[in-house]
Design a protein around this ligand. Structure first.
Ligand SMILES: Nc1ncnc2c1ncn2[C@@H]1O[C@H](COP(=O)(O)OP(=O)(O)OP(=O)(O)O)[C@@H](O)[C@H]1O
Ligand SMILES: Nc1ncnc2c1ncn2[C@@H]1O[C@H](COP(=O)(O)OP(=O)(O)OP(=O)(O)O)[C@@H](O)[C@H]1O
Ligand SMILES: [Mg+2]
Ligand SMILES: [Mg+2]
Lengths: 256, 256
């Protein structure tokens, strides 16, 4: 069974999708078998690897709502070793539709258990909220990878994220750990960045990855071509930093 | 009755809160009576104007769930003319709690109707999702102000936002209009920005505000002091651009 990591942070725009897509692609380039799971109705991870679903094609929606076979929804990408369980925009209704359902928080965990054995790493891209989709990801995951910008509102949001992780650990998924904290869109020259970084490192200490992802325009250009950064511009700072992060993740993390 | 605008875009981190707080403060500096309404469980607009609620204090949660008196929850801020209906983190449960309730989409509209007469502008800060909290804002609003970064994922998200606005217009709020589209964190030197801007202007034409908000570090520093930019650094490019936006909003918009 591979290591399942949820890219979670309810603060919007902190780099959850950019990390899921580019960490996934980098791990695959280093020889790991990776499954990217998109549970965000925006379906950005799905389009970030060049996939656009038709309305009749299987997606994470079916895995969560209609006990669809996850293996049937999995697709390959342009990167050997990187597969994706794509999202469709119909997922936007899932949180309301799941409210009255039995074992509503365990739906994704069931899907991951069915197909997880074929992968070394499973990366779940979460929406910017703490609703039932993110809860499903936290229940399905072994641990959480927290992407965070060094900005004030992002720092403020950590309290509710940590209390949600604690609440999930108490009931739904006792083994849930924090895998690591990743500084994104990092620019050390900005005074605010250095101040917020100090607070984050003060609290999370060695959980913070040594690799920080710099602000790099190539990272925001790549999705418009449906390519991870390693395919779009392998020599960019963005590609270099996600490959470095992938090496750190492998060192920290493959489960037995 | 004042003009009620919802700052809505389900894409995370595009500047909804920064626009709600700083447009609100700028309108107040120009002599308008403004109410900032925070319906995001992150409560960033609330802390962006220096307010931190205790657990026993009234907030938008009570207005939505327990028919609390909105006038009792309204507070003044450091800026004369700018009041706020603050959020509390307990709002994170509201979307699930509202699902089975009667007239669940009209709760905020009822609150706004009760107190809207005292203001020229009411600005609603929405969370990064299209769930029941954002729906409540779209039903309560006269029109939507759409903050958007010139980035690929933000552009991709416009389709679902526009179809949600159309759906609300068909049933819950037939008069809902698009007030304007605001380019945020704007940097014309970046090739991607110019390309995406062209697509946005091609589609929205004169709905796009002439004022674009440049990327300006002062805007991200100000919230850590609980101050809108006009109080934190009145001479900054950030303050200048939000004052210019406020003049455009006044020209477009005061209702009778
Ligand atoms: N290191 C970086 N350098 C430059 N741009 C970046 C970087 N990381 C992310 N971006 C861009 O910033 C925006 C936000 O990133 P992204 O969409 O990955 O965040 P997110 O947390 O997934 O957002 P959401 O909360 O909407 O799901 C995107 O337009 C992305 O292309
Ligand atoms: N023009 C700007 N220049 C520099 N930084 C900015 C600008 N506008 C916003 N920011 C910063 O970018 C981050 C995202 O902005 P903000 O939080 O306002 O977006 P949002 O759409 O409200 O996010 P969410 O989707 O989480 O509600 C914040 O840290 C904010 O301080
Ligand atoms: Mg995302
Ligand atoms: Mg916000």
């Amino acid at each position: 069974m591979g290591t399942t990591l949820a890219m979670a942070n309810q603060k919007g725009g902190v780099g959850k999708t950019t990390t899921a897509v580019n960490l996934g692609a980098s791990l695959a380039m280093l020889g790991k078998r990776v499954l990217l799971i998109d549970v965000d109705p925006q379906a950005n991870s799905t389009s970030g690897v060049g996939i656009r679903l038709r309305d009749d094609e299987a997606s994470t929606y079916e895995c969560l709502l209609t006990h669809g076979d996850p293996a049937a929804a999995v697709r390959s990408t342009a990167i050997p070793g990187l597969a994706v369980l794509p999202a469709h925009s119909r997922l936007v209704g899932a949180e309301v539709e799941l409210v009255g359902e039995r074992s509503r928080e365990y739906r994704l965990q069931r899907a991951v258990a069915a197909i997880g054995g074929a992968y070394d790493f499973l990366l779940i891209d979460c929406p910017p909220s703490l609703g039932l989709l993110t809860l499903n990801a936290l229940v399905a995951a072994d641990a959480v990878l927290v992407p965070i910008q060094c900005e004030y509102y992002a720092l403020e949001g950590l309290t509710s994220l940590l209390s949600t992780i604690k609440a999930v650990r108490k009931g739904l998924n006792p083994a849930l750990a924090i895998f690591g904290v990743l500084l994104t869109m990092y620019d050390r020259r900005v005074r605010l960045t250095a101040q917020i970084e100090e607070e984050i490192r003060g609290y999370f200490a060695s959980l913070v990855f040594a690799t920080a992802i710099p602000r790099n325009v190539k990272l925001s250009e790549a999705p418009s071509f449906g390519k991870p950064i390693v395919l779009y511009d392998l020599l960019s700072k963005g590609a270099e930093s996600y490959l470095s992060l992938a090496r750190e993740v492998i060192a920290r993390g493959e489960k037995g």
